[in-house]
Design a protein around this ligand. Structure first.
Ligand SMILES: Nc1ncnc2c1ncn2[C@@H]1O[C@H](COP(=O)(O)OP(=O)(O)OP(=O)(O)O)[C@@H](O)[C@H]1O
Ligand SMILES: Nc1ncnc2c1ncn2[C@@H]1O[C@H](COP(=O)(O)OP(=O)(O)OP(=O)(O)O)[C@@H](O)[C@H]1O
Ligand SMILES: [Mg+2]
Ligand SMILES: [Mg+2]
Lengths: 160, 165, 160, 165
């Protein structure tokens, strides 16, 4: 079990480093276990350094940087242990447009072999979807699936 | 194993029977705040066997049953079905299309069905074992997870990685 | 002290009910202390019911609904105990366009008498600002204040 | 009491001395992820006396000093000044314009100044008392607070309301 965990961990670590570098061009990150501690007990450290910045503890990174770092790790886990499909609920919310584009570029590659269900408010993410479902509450408190044109119109009307 | 569609009936804000089809690649789900998008995500987790009400924002499992609106009475049952294409034989069951159904009644009674045939929760759990689906799977990524992953409390990060490894 | 807390609490509660109804037309919310418990010890309950929906515990509400409910309470506190200025860091992130507009409508009223410093990624919120500062890192790791046109161009270039 | 401007020098990512002016109404701060917007918010909290490094994402207060980049060495000091217009006499001090300055050196030494005159932290705290400014004030709203306010753990909500009342 120890060896299995160790092997999987090493694979995830490698994918994390690669994915992080795609999200943060010129940056680097790492995932490490404590030295001399049983891997099954050890705490897992994340270090991340966007391009040009000095390595500091991860809590000093910005909200968007932390979110994208976490997505890189989730994607790394996903590459090592894929599930048949993957659901994302507004993970793109804290990202600026440039980072959403980097996120989508990697997502589209994965989506060639895996189904993704992506809940989003982000217009760039919506454009990347192959299929789009709108959910509205035309009747108070009752959800209804609609074609996206109707959903967009409902949003615009509500935005007044 | 592709997911084909999800049928939601009486689950949270889905008063009407609603069928949601998933294509290849990326299926986007959009709409205003509070319209039911995260409820769709939770319906998928629930039908795949989620046993903790707290994992889907409830206090008790009965919270998933449509609670009524100003104009509609509460329903007595919630039913969700998920249909997947099993042509690759990933599920150890001899059907090319597999539908998992879960029902919950206000009485607390639960039904589980496999291709419309009643079965036990255990049968569903065994079926989904090793597929990367089922509760606790990291195949649902939502915003709370970001904080858990980069948090300084390494137990959260540990837990997420352990489920994968 | 008990009476002072109780009076302030009642004022906040009233403002909360009013502000919530402005954010959730046709909806209602309340802030309550436990009965028969010392107000200084009692836990504080929030109930919130958007229009047409039945009252359920607040954890069943959506991400955007919870955020807007919290903003209504923070604004209520602010009306009862105003500080000379108020800083908002991306509080609008989980809100859809319609809710951002409702939020901004109330914010603009407060802003007649109070300065607000609002960090945001939201284009509607940006348009509501009276002054706009752009922050960029043209040099890696070094923050710089720029005019907003430059910031927008940097964002567009980065978005590639 | 209007805030006039903030001068940031050596605070987190602000290597260069930067002056940020605030007008009436709403001042928007925009820019890409990680460019320094929340650092501006934290600079305001810091100069007004925030004593907990954890409240501004640090482990130790030294974390606020510019730590260097690939091309720049770390700085030895962080200095932030906030200038407010005191025409209404809200601050118990006989100036129409008041500047509060805070410096931190890597040695751990701290300076506080009021209109360029050295003073103690206590003088700043007394000055700001009852103004609704100063650490812990609910006058900073950020996303973490949303969860605290609507959370089921009522102590968080309690704490936020108590600071106001
Ligand atoms: N048992 C139930 N019966 C009826 N309605 C329910 C029930 N449980 C939850 N809801 C309603 O579902 C709504 C939440 O939906 P959901 O979380 O899916 O929104 P969302 O589309 O994800 O919104 P957001 O964009 O804000 O995240 C709430 O308004 C809640 O009142
Ligand atoms: N002491 C320091 N020296 C140099 N840079 C620092 C220091 N502390 C933090 N930083 C940098 O500041 C950046 C974070 O800035 P900030 O949190 O203000 O971003 P932001 O504009 O709010 O972004 P977001 O939109 O993602 O919230 C991090 O990338 C971090 O590396
Ligand atoms: Mg949601
Ligand atoms: Mg920020």
């Amino acid at each position: 079990a120890r060896r299995l965990f160790r092997e999987t961990f090493d694979e995830i670590r490698e994918k994390f480093q690669v994915t992080y570098a795609r999200f943060f061009p010129g940056g680097e990150a790492d995932l490490t276990l404590e030295a001399d501690v049983d891997p099954l007990e050890s705490s897992i450290e994340i270090t991340a350094r966007p391009r040009g910045k000095r390595l500091q503890s991860i809590n000093l990174l910005s909200g968007g940087e932390r979110a994208l770092t976490a997505i890189a790790l989730l994607f790394a886990i996903y590459q090592v242990k894929p599930s048949p499909w993957c659901i994302l609920d507004e993970v793109d919310a804290p990202l600026d447009d440039a980072n959403v584009e980097r996120f989508l570029r990697v997502l589209r590659e994965f989506a060639r072999h895996t189904q993704f269900i992506m809940v989003t408010h982000n217009k760039l993410s919506m454009s990347a979807a192959d299929t789009l479902h709108g959910v509205t509450m035309a009747e108070e408190g009752v959800s209804q699936l609609v074609s996206v044109q109707v959903a967009e119109q409902a949003i615009d009307e509500a935005a007044g | 194993m592709r997911v084909s569609h999800l049928d939601v009936f009486g689950f949270k804000s889905f008063y009407n029977k609603t069928s949601i089809h998933f294509g290849d690649g990326i299926t986007g789900i959009v709409g205003p705040n509070g319209c039911g998008k995260s409820n769709v995500v939770e319906a998928i987790r629930w039908v795949l066997g989620e046993q903790r009400a707290s994992a889907i924002r409830g206090h008790k499992m009965e919270d998933v049953i449509f609670a009524g609106t100003r104009n509609r009475k509460p329903l007595g049952m919630s039913e969700v079905s998920i249909t997947v294409d099993n042509n690759e034989g990933m599920l150890p069951i001899d059907y090319s299309e597999v539908t998992v159904t879960r029902r919950l009644f206000r009485s607390g009674e639960s039904d589980y069905l496999l291709n419309k045939v009643p079965c036990r929760l255990l049968d569903i759990q065994n079926l989904l074992m090793d597929t990367g689906l089922g509760p606790g799977a990291y195949s649902v990524m939502e915003q709370g997870m970001v904080d858990e992953i980069v948090s300084e409390k390494t137990e959260n990060r540990r837990r997420i990685l352990e489920e994968a490894a």
